[in-house]
Design a protein around this ligand. Structure first.
Ligand code: S3P
Length: 429
């Protein structure tokens, strides 16, 4: 699908961002192997999360749909999953593939898991390595580094493991395996990554201790919990940046998760000078939530890197766009992980923004953007990357003339109502 977007005269209104994608995956996976029944509300309708539901059902999980965004899970308990009759398909979702690989490594049956072309090109050895140290038998293509993966599950043992990258998918894969292992597992992170798995494990009664950079998990049984999934800050971020960079904007984002391991975008926008207000802070099932309000702002460039990067890893294409509208230079470093996302997000972000008249260059681990160049409509491509497609949609709202975004339907991977929300918020396109 080709999406055409013209500059909006004004951006105004309220949005409930879709249910958080990361929490949705975890809510379903953990409740499926728990004891008891759970009702999960505001579950993300994103393609990635639906892939997790399909994989879990194929493994014998009992999941029924209620109203939109409502799922009822009858936990099958710790030993209740069954061998799937066919290959599991994680589609475009690395979270599905990596976390389920941890779970499947500990089940007494064989699993084969694959994904789409993009997912089959992404690194999987980072998950295979620690799981093998736990005794798992896993193989993959390209010297055990790419999917499809073959997992011959069995009894695992706990390990002490220093994660080589700050990745919540990797951390969660090891935690899932550790639930079933003999003995404790101790994980150290180089920098804090999103901690939704730890929060949920605690809420479900697992024996888990989190201290500074170390997580200790003992083999545990889980109790099912009802959950209301907070709105996804990574989806809200499109409107936060749109509101800040558009000269005539006022946008409210209701019920948005602001977990500190995810809220780096708020810190960066504030340090760029954004007019951003956080209201009605509350805690929902252990996850901090708030309503956010953003108004047109005069932004200035920033330098970001280090421990901030995992807290905003998915928002970097948007930060690049904010930097285009800012005064001065922005430097983004320590973000080499972007090269192994749905596409190489460093080269795709810089390449597409250059087409729109930005002044930007790639660094091996990030990019430099020289702000202040007026963007102009162009013929752009999402590279079949949902976050790229949506970032270009926001860029189009401040560009001169019309922007065409090819393969724009991929927004469904994380935010199925994105193009509708864009139309609802825009006036005078
Ligand atoms: C996610 C973790 C991050 C993030 C991805 C979702 C998760 O990936 O980029 O969109 O839900 O655990 P990494 O674990 O590869 O850093």
């Amino acid at each position: 699908m080709k999406q055409r977007v013209r500059a909006a005269r004004a951006l105004d209104g309220e949005v409930y961002p879709p249910g958080d994608k990361s929490i949705s995956h975890r809510a379903l996976i953990l409740n499926s192997i728990a004891q008891g029944n759970a009702r999960v509300s505001n579950f993300s309708q994103a393609g990635d999360c639906l892939a997790t539901v399909a994989c879990l059902r194929a493994l014998g999980a009992e999941i029924e749909s209620g109203e939109v965004g409502e799922l009822f899970v009858r936990g099958v308990g710790k030993g209740g999953l069954k061998e799937a009759e066919d290959v599991l398909d994680a589609e475009d979702s690395a979270t599905t593939m990596r976390i389920l690989t941890g779970l499947l490594a500990a089940q007494p049956f064989l699993s084969v898991i694959t994904g789409d072309e993009s997912l089959r090109s992404r690194p999987m050895s980072r998950v295979i390595q620690p799981l093998r140290l736990m005794g798992a038998r896993i193989w993959g293509r390209s010297g055990d580094s790419r999917a499809p993966l073959v997992i011959k599950g069995g009894q695992l043992h706990g390990i002490r493991y220093q994660l080589p990258v700050a990745s919540a998918q990797l951390k969660s894969a090891v935690l899932l395996a550790a639930l079933f292992a003999k003995g404790d597992t101790i994980i150290k992170e180089p920098m804090p990554s999103r901690d939704h798995t730890e929060i949920l494990l605690k809420a479900m009664g697992a024996e888990i201790e989190v201290a500074a950079d170390t997580i200790t998990l003992s083999p545990s049984r889980l109790n099912a919990v009802d959950l209301i999934i907070p709105g996804d800050i990574s989806s809200a971020a499109f409107w936060l940046v749109a509101g800040a960079v558009h000269p005539q904007a006022s946008i409210r984002l209701l019920n948005t998760g602001i977990n500190p391991t995810r809220s780096g975008i708020l810190d960066v926008l504030r340090s760029m000078g954004a007019d951003l207000i956080v209201q009605n802070e509350r805690v929902l099932n252990g996850e901090p939530v708030a309503d956010l309000e953003v108004h047109s702002s005069a932004l200035t460039g920033v330098e970001i890197g280090g421990g901030l990067i995992p807290r905003l890893i998915d928002e970097i294409p948007l930060i690049a766009l904010a930097a285009c509208a800012a005064r001065g230079k922005t430097v983004i470093r320590d973000a080499q992980e972007l090269r192994v996302k749905e596409t190489d997000r460093i080269s795709a972000t810089v390449g597409e923004l250059l087409k729109m008249g930005a002044e930007a260059e790639e660094l091996p681990d990030g990019m430099v953007i020289y702000g202040g160049k007026k963007l102009r409509g162009a013929s752009c491509d999402s590279h079949r990357d949902h976050r790229l497609a949506m970032m270009l949609g926001i860029a189009a709202l401040i560009a001169e003339g019309e922007t065409e975004i090819d393969n724009a339907e991929v927004a469904d991977i994380s935010y199925p109502t994105f193009w509708q929300d864009l139309e609802n918020l825009s006036s005078g396109q």
